[in-house]
Write a protein of this length. Structure first.
Lengths: 185, 426
């Protein structure tokens, strides 16, 4: 399996440095209020993204076993995968994760029934137990938001951090480039 | 009397049921299927043989699917004929079901060429769950197999048999395997990994005769290739392809070509009669004409479109095209649209081949619009390319970056993103 690392991607240290830097000086930085149910979606505000990559860091931590930043990065093998992707094509940068499309192509294309649309919440859910890693969803996702997971046997994608009130990437975006809000159905 | 009658309960039938229930929660639905438990994933039958999946995992919808959707499921039953004037479908036991709207989703049947000895014990086709179950029974006591056909089905069953420890010989009539969906370079990459797994690949050949065992001529003992070469084997799997099952409409007014012809609403030339899935010849947006595309994701989409239209909710089929994602032998490949363009000035071909890293990417353009995509080993952004392709986006400004490892949504200029992702930029 190809393990590529984009030359434009930031290293872990750079990301943390960015974090500290932004926490001190960034005027837009604020802790957002938590709450709400899952008729909310993540809105990507491209114009505010500075490409710091903290969304990836906190997504990785949230989807790790330990939920601890140091352990997740240094002690868990294979390292848990971030389900959000920071995309950089300077000067453009933005984070992208599963959009939980209303008419989701991955659900229609799924061979095994692992990708489903939850009727109650409208979320696109992925059942790793059912997934056979046929990559058909990767082929049809218009956003390129589905990844092969670290094992290379199944796919992995954003679950909107169903156990949190606000997804980790949104809660830790220092510049409001990711917003979690109610969307019209 | 049933408002909706669906013949066939695989991908297209399931897609139709879900779409109908989304719009019409009360209209009666009757589904007719030959299989006792039809809601399983046909592409996964190779996983059943390899041992990667069990029966339960193969179910792409839960056991209660028919009940939950209030469907009268006539499983294990066959639709034998059609009366379009009086609008009913005759079943195998002499009974019949009346319909208001009919969907024909009978799928395909394996194409079996005339081969001497094809009736022997140990010769299989590989399309349905029961094919896989029969094969599975024999696999335990077998040591070698010949797979006829080096297409998707052939490669999938070969992988399964290799995982079961069999010595496999794959026989392909064309010069390369997977020739319909891969170009020679990508095909060679797959050939290499398959050969490494211990499979013998014979191209440019076919099987002319299946021979019996010395003790019992009714049991498969070997195969004779067209060049006269003899291959010993315990099993022969015929995996050449599928052809539409159109018996139901033969002799009726429903227009057919190689499959049942449908319009963009999945309706046949007869009103209230729809067709979807492997049996239908539906619109291909790359070629701008109807073609047979027997693929699971398209069947499900076609069924869904048919379902909506059957309820009266207008839905357009956006069109499909040849599209396959391959996972076999550990080499992820995605192939969409035209992969082997004719040598013609009309096409521009971009390729990038890095044999050391086993990386291959090829994009075929026509008038700066993507018409073909092949990606091997770096496939995660395939969907973005496919989206640009489906939308007929002009990629002139950034075509040099299409093959880059950094290609992603951010590579697409903002103005174009606004156009092809309208939902994101309200």
């Amino acid at each position: 399996m190809l393990n590529k690392r984009s030359p434009k991607a930031l290293s872990f240290t750079q990301k943390i440095t960015n974090h500290l830097f932004l926490m001190v000086i960034c005027p837009r930085f604020r802790l957002r209020k938590r709450g709400g149910c899952h008729t909310k979606r993540i809105i990507v505000k491209e114009e505010y993204c500075m490409g710091c990559g903290l969304c990836e860091v906190y997504c990785t931590v949230q989807h790790s076993k330990s939920k601890d930043i140091i352990k997740a990065y240094n002690r868990e093998h294979p390292r848990p995968l971030s389900r959000v992707r920071l995309e950089v094509n300077k000067p453009v940068s933005f984070a992208i994760q599963c959009r939980h499309c209303e008419d989701a192509p991955c659900v229609t294309a799924c061979l095994s029934g692992a990708m489903q649309k939850d009727e109650a919440t409208g979320l696109v859910t992925h059942d790793a137990e059912k997934c056979i890693g046929c990559w058909t969803c990767i082929m049809v996702c218009p956003y390129g938001a589905i990844k092969m997971d670290a094992s290379g046997k199944v796919v992995s994608k954003c679950d909107l951090c169903s156990e949190l009130d606000v997804p980790a990437c949104v809660a830790n975006c220092p510049n409001g480039a990711l917003v979690y809000k109610e969307v019209k159905p | 009397m049933s408002k909706y009658v669906i013949v066939g309960a695989s991908a297209a039938g399931i897609g139709a049921v879900e779409a109908i229930r989304e719009v019409d929660p009360v209209g009666t639905i009757t589904v007719i299927s030959e299989e006792p438990c039809p809601q399983y994933s046909r592409p996964m039958i190779s996983d059943l043989v390899s041992g990667k999946a069990n029966f339960e995992k193969m179910m792409c919808r839960d056991d209660q699917f028919w009940q939950k959707n209030e469907v009268q499921a006539l499983t294990g039953r066959t639709a034998v004929s059609l009366n379009l004037a009086e609008k009913w479908v005759a079943l195998d036991k002499g009974d019949h079901v009346n319909f208001e709207k009919l969907l024909i989703a009978t799928g395909g049947k394996p194409f079996v060429p005339k081969i001497e000895g094809a009736d022997k014990d140990g010769v299989f086709t590989f399309t349905t769950l029961s094919d896989a179950e029969h094969l599975l029974e024999k696999v335990e006591n077998a040591t070698s197999a010949v797979v006829i056909g080096g297409g998707l089905i052939g490669v999938s069953v070969t992988e399964a048999l290799v995982k079961r420890g069999l010595k496999v010989t794959m026989v392909e009539l064309k010069d390369t395997i997977l020739s319909l969906i891969l170009d020679p370079t990508a095909s060679e990459m797959v050939e290499n990994v398959i050969t490494k797994a211990g499979v013998t690949i014979v191209t440019g050949q076919s099987v002319q005769r299946i021979t019996g065992e010395p003790e019992d001529d009714n049991i498969v003992g070997g195969a004779v290739l067209t060049n006269g070469e003899q291959v010993q084997c315990d099993l022969v799997i015929i995996a050449i392809g599928v052809i539409p099952r159109m018996e139901l409409v033969s002799g009726t007014d429903v227009k057919t070509n190689r499959g049942i012809l449908v319009d963009r609403f999945m309706q046949t030339n007869v009103s209230d009669v729809y067709a979807s899935g492997d049996v239908a010849e539906a619109y291909d947006f790359v070629f701008g004409e109807n073609r047979l595309l027997p693929l699971w994701p398209l069947a499900q989409l076609e069924g869904k479109v048919a379902g909506y239209n059957m309820t009266g909710k207008k839905a357009d089929y956006p069109g499909g095209t040849a599209m396959s994602a391959l996972k076999y032998f550990g080499i992820p490949i995605i192939s969409i649209g035209i992969v082997n363009p004719k040598e013609d000035d009309a096409y521009e071909i971009l390729t990038r081949h890095d044999p050391e890293r086993n990386l291959y990417k090829k994009i075929v353009l026509k008038d700066n619009v993507i018409v073909g995509i092949t990606l091997a080993n770096d496939i995660e952004q395939a969907g973005v390319l496919f989206h640009l392709m489906k939308n007929g986006a002009n990629v002139k400004k950034f075509k040099q970056e299409l093959l880059s490892e950094d290609f992603c949504l951010a590579t697409v200029p903002r103005s174009l993103r606004r156009k092809v992702y309208p939902g994101e930029y309200k």
